[in-house]
Design a binder for this molecule. Structure first.
Ligand code: ZN
Length: 289
């Protein structure tokens, strides 16, 4: 497998995350440094050379820890800036104007602390005022820096609205990734979103409680057949301790160890896998150095 995906980027991960303040569930505090490092070392052997960590302010982002994991694992880790969604926006930030929020993002990007705006999101079938200000700020920050924007959709809802809003405001379509499009089996919505020119994330691979991986495989086969696959990226979106291998979960290595073999077995072309894991991420984030 290593040769097929050598140079791969996982486009939507969290390596230190704490949503337990709101979710009131200690499982949603992902702070297992050593266990995470062990998995990253496995990824490196699989051929993963870069991970986009989309944890931001209020989600438990830890720049120093990410730098340490990068150093110890040999995998380049890219950091993100921004705020997540309601009700995870920390006190003091939800009152800020889009301009004030954008200033923080721009500063973090220009200083090299972050390279991507994300993950910024909407609620389930609902786009709150706070979330609207976040998206306005993301547009301003993108225009000032050119940084890619990675969004969160809740169960894929409002995906088309996000894509239309961002492209309508002048964000470069190919610098947009609409996240979590593999949580609902809605090919019609996926086609409409892709028609706006943006990229989409099949970034919750392995989360079978929401959608079994076999359905994800089917959807990707359809997208390949329709010539739409070059705007799809892959990731696992690990967010809980129990999703790590050390605690009985599938872990980050699941993607290369289990999901890719399923795709190949179903008839997806090996080159399509390289497109989703290597060429499209390189196009969005820039070539790896
Ligand atoms: Zn998300």
């Amino acid at each position: 497998m290593a040769s097929l995906i050598q140079g791969a980027t996982l486009m939507h991960e969290h390596m230190h995350l704490d949503l337990s303040r709101i979710k009131k569930d200690p499982d949603t505090c992902l702070d297992c440094t050593q266990e995470t490092l062990e998995e990253l070392r496995k990824l490196r052997k699989q051929g993963v050379t870069r991970i986009l960590d989309v944890t931001n302010t209020g989600m438990g982002r830890d720049h120093d820890l990410l730098d340490w994991l990068e150093q110890e694992s040999g995998i380049r880790i890219l950091h993100s800036t921004g705020w997540y969604k309601d009700p995870f926006i920390p006190d003091g930030w939800s009152e800020k104007s889009p301009e004030e929020l954008a200033d923080v993002m721009i500063r973090e990007i220009r200083s090299g602390k972050a390279v991507v705006i994300g993950e910024i999101g909407t609620s389930k079938n609902r786009w709150t005022d706070n979330e609207r200000r976040l998206f306005e700020a993301a547009v301003l920050a993108h225009k000032a820096t050119g940084a890619p924007v990675y969004t969160h959709t809740t169960m894929s809802t409002l995906a088309l609205e996000q894509a239309q809003y961002l492209t309508g405001q002048g964000v470069e379509p190919d610098k947009i990734v609409i996240g979590h499009m593999d949580l609902a089996q809605d090919m019609d919505r996926i086609r409409k979103v892709l028609k706006t020119g943006v990229n989409i994330g099949f970034d919750t691979i392995g989360k079978s409680d929401y959608l079994p991986d076999e359905k994800r495989v089917q959807m990707l086969l359809e997208l390949e057949a329709e010539g739409l696959i070059d705007h799809v990226v892959l990731s696992m979106d690990i967010t809980r301790k129990s999703q790590l291998q050390a605690f009985g979960g599938k872990g980050y290595p699941w993607l290369a160890d289990h999901f890719i073999p399923s795709l190949l077995e179903a008839g997806l072309q090996p080159d399509t896998i390289r497109q989703m894991l290597i060429r499209t991420p390189d196009r969005i984030l820039g070539e790896q150095t």
